[in-house]
Design a binder for this molecule. Sequence first.
Ligand code: HEC
Ligand code: HEC
Length: 219
Amino acid sequence: MITTVSSIVLVTQNKVNMTLLKVKRSAMNLGFIAFLISSFSLSVNAADVAAGKAKAEALCNACHGPNGNSQIPDIPSLAGMPPLSISNTLFYYREGNRKNPIMTPIAANLTNAEMKDVAAYYSSQKREVTYNTKPENIEAGAKLAQQYNCTQCHGPNLLGVQHIPRVAGQNHDYLLTQLKGFKAMTRADMDGNMSSAVSAIKLEDLVLISDYAAGMKSQ
Ligand code: HEC
Ligand code: HEC
């Protein structure tokens, strides 16, 4: 049974000062908290970038592209994403919180340690951005990203922060599909933030923001 009561969980570790995490209380989240705590135990359980690279090259890059720079419009790039956003997402696929016919079975075969290894590898790779935003959308997109607080959570250059994914230089089609999915509440949304962020935005502005973010070459 899942209750909707929210709780505040404080996770502290030596190198990570303090992370305030708002989670919904459920059986899954107990596992998730354990996962987070183990993510922060860097000194004990450092992610192995070389092992992550080997795994990614064998199992992931055929779809996610060379070094995690996807060449396929509806498959996301992973290069340069915050590591926690990758490992958390893999955890969500494995536990069934985010469902996808391709990624769910792939994540089911990964251990927590393997998730952290591939996350460390992809986050260390440079994002290659070839997409060009329509000139008329550059200023308008920046304005919308401010107005709707995208920059507040995803960072001033939309590069992502901790568990919040990078959207700068992400594939346009993938971005637009996700934003439409959040608005329709069909895309998994760990804390409900994204669905509320886009609920008041009209479709044409979601198209504009996707065009803007996809072309952002910030590193
Ligand atoms: C057969 C193609 C394919 C393979 C192989 C594959 N992926 Fe994916 N991956 C996808 C697709 C398609 C999505 C988008 C799914 C969705 O919409 O939820 C995705 C999404 C993801 C996401 C979510 C990214 C985001 O921005 O939210 C992560 C993380 C990820 N994959 C990691 C991996 C890792 C790690 C591997 C290898 C162990 C892997 N993938 C192998 C196709 C693939
Ligand atoms: C209150 C914080 C917050 C705000 C405001 C916010 N986001 Fe997000 N965003 C998140 C979080 C957290 C996630 C991860 C959700 C998940 O995977 O469950 C996310 C996910 C996304 C994704 C999916 C990325 C991927 O790789 O799958 C996109 C696209 C996105 N946000 C774009 C935007 C845009 C555009 C705006 C402004 C209109 C915005 N966000 C505003 C917190 C926020």
